[in-house]
Ligand binder design. Sequence first.
Ligand code: PEP
Ligand code: MG
Length: 579
Amino acid sequence: MSFTLHGLAVSNGIAIGQAHLLSQATLEVSHLVITPRMVEKEVARFETALARVRSEFEAMKVSMEKSPTDIRAFIDLHMMILSDPELSEVPKQIIRERRCNAEWAIVQQMEVLVAQFDKIDDAYLRERSYDVRQVVERVVRELTGRPGHAAVKVPKGVKGENLIVVAHDLSPADVMAFKDQHFASFVTDVGGATSHTAILARGMGIPAVLGLHNARQLIRDKETIIVDGTRGVLIVNPDPRIREEYELRKSQIEIERSKLKLLKTARATTLDRVKIELLANIEEPSDVAIALESGAEGVGLFRTEFIFLGRGDMPSEDEQFEAYRRAVKGMDGRPITIRTFDLGNDKRVHSSMTEDRKRDNPALGLRSIRLSLTEPKSFQAQLRAILRVSKLGKVKILIPMLSHGHQIDQTLAALEQAKSSLRGEKIAFDESIEIGGMIEVPAAALAVGLFLRRMNFISIGTNDLIQYTLAIDRSDEQVASLYDPLHPAVMMLLAHVISTAEKVNVPVSMCGEMAGDPNLTRLLLGMGLRQFSMFPAQIPAFKQRVKQSDISGITPIVRRILRLEESAKIQEQIDRLNI
Ligand code: PEP
Ligand code: MG
């Protein structure tokens, strides 16, 4: 049966391949022996989880009222499986008899059922074992208190090129873990358009659609899927005509991309000869090659935390030195801006961080520089590692999420301490290394003078700036439609930051997602921005846009646009005047 699902378009392009459902990983649960006193509590916990999943299914049915009957039939089937005594009663016996935890009990029972299905001759019935797995996976997620979130482990030996990962949710650490498998694409039920997971998809240059709600429930392993990452559409089991159409579009996109690559060595200069600096955002040292390949003049943002996500402990100074050394060497004298760890929120290195620091509002919590300042030893290790590589190239330091003057003071003092310890050990570093602050909290944007007086440069992180200005969680697909870069409040903040920095002659760049969107290039040029940092894959199209732009013509129009009070009107003017 062919059907279409709609989600958030987060990374352009088209992929055609086989579904690779990430499921088994969630089912790797721990086996705990419980005390006799705990047995009935465990049974009750199991019953609560079943009840929750049942209501999730019911809600899903309501939300899918307009979907084809066949799709809704899936949900009915899953509800039936959930209510079957084999899954709803037998695990309770297992808990009581073997005195084990509920997750273990249901997974044990699932293994028995799946083994029985596997012996059936009838292919249709055999396939039902997928359904059993999917239902059990939901219950396990409820039990583990992480609805929807799966710790992904990609099976050994899986080769990615023709596979499309289908998951309920993927954390940035999950994506980093399978980055080198070269999957054709990934799609998830949850996640916002500027979540770090989406950012990684764009960085990898693969199409992705997030926020699909029920994809993980409706798609079967190995089904053929078309992912249209530009429109946010997923076509499952496409008929041959549709598939042909998409094959054609896919090859057109490839031709277009290779044409743009010819611009690699062209200068990014506007029609009125204003030179624009084009830098790359990277996540790991090996990305440097792609950055240079796409014509980046330097690295404007090296998100260092991505190298060490999910590995279990904080990296040592020497490990960091080695990673940064590879990136700096790879840039061969071109500038590279290394950002200190932006950990916390959705990016975690060790599990204690997940447990100890889990809060209701992690984006507003101990994240980023706030976290670094509370862990002076780790912060020193990172600053020393960055300083040590500063002798090997043109290195700058970037500090994320600063908002208070005293944080700037503390950060500068920490840098001074790292410098003096290296001096004491007679280790060379660049004494005049530049340090910059990210402007990604509205307070920092409004009080940008704080930064301009004390730092060598600033870089605007629009992803967080928009999240905090509009009070919407960037990784929550339920509020994704409110994420609006053209909101007048965002425009005002950007214009204020750029013009204030310009007045006092402090370099300002932008490294958030807005920087790489060619539809916003002229607006930003008109505001006075001259330095942009983006994913390597975005650089060619951006360069083409710059080369077709005339700043002297754009600037007065942008000034008028900035007076508008509604984003719809701003968008309309951008379209009408081809800004
Ligand atoms: C930003 O917030 O815009 C940014 C560049 O940082 P990150 O996306 O890593 O939070
Ligand atoms: Mg940020």
